[in-house]
Structures are given as C-alpha cells and as structure tokens.
Design a protein. Sequence first.
Length: 87
Amino acid sequence: SPDRPETLLWAAARTRAAPAVQDFVARLQGGEAGLAEELERASRIVMAESVRNSMVATLRRLEMWPPPSPPCDVDEHDCSYEDTTAP
C-alpha cells in the first residue's frame, strides 16, 4: 500500500537522490569521458559477479559446491572461475 513505511522510505530516498541522478545523466549525455569509462568498468564488474553468483548457485543446487576437497591439480589461489574448460 502507498502508506507503508517502506514505500514512504523509498519515495523519500528517490526524492533525495533525484538531483544527483539528474547530474550524472547530464554528465553522461555530455560525453564526460572519465564518467563513461567508470560506468563501463562498473558494468563489467557487475556482469562478472553476476556470472560468478549464477555459477555458484547452480553448482550448489547440483551439490557440487563447495567441493569436498580441493582438486589436486588446481592451485589454491586459482580464481579463474570463468575458465570452464576441462583439464
């Protein structure tokens, strides 16, 4: 309902954030290179984390995550989770 505290808090947050959002929109539309680069970098990070989270959720559902013991042929510091090729 529109009178719920959560709804009122979201509306207040949107109102407070609106000027900053409008400023960022204007800067992006104005072609500010540094801001556009930062947005692209942030988008890549979010996408990579989304892929990782999806993989972990799927592997947990298949009861394959976490592995009962680390594979002997994989270094403990190996973080190349995006490489899905089989050894």
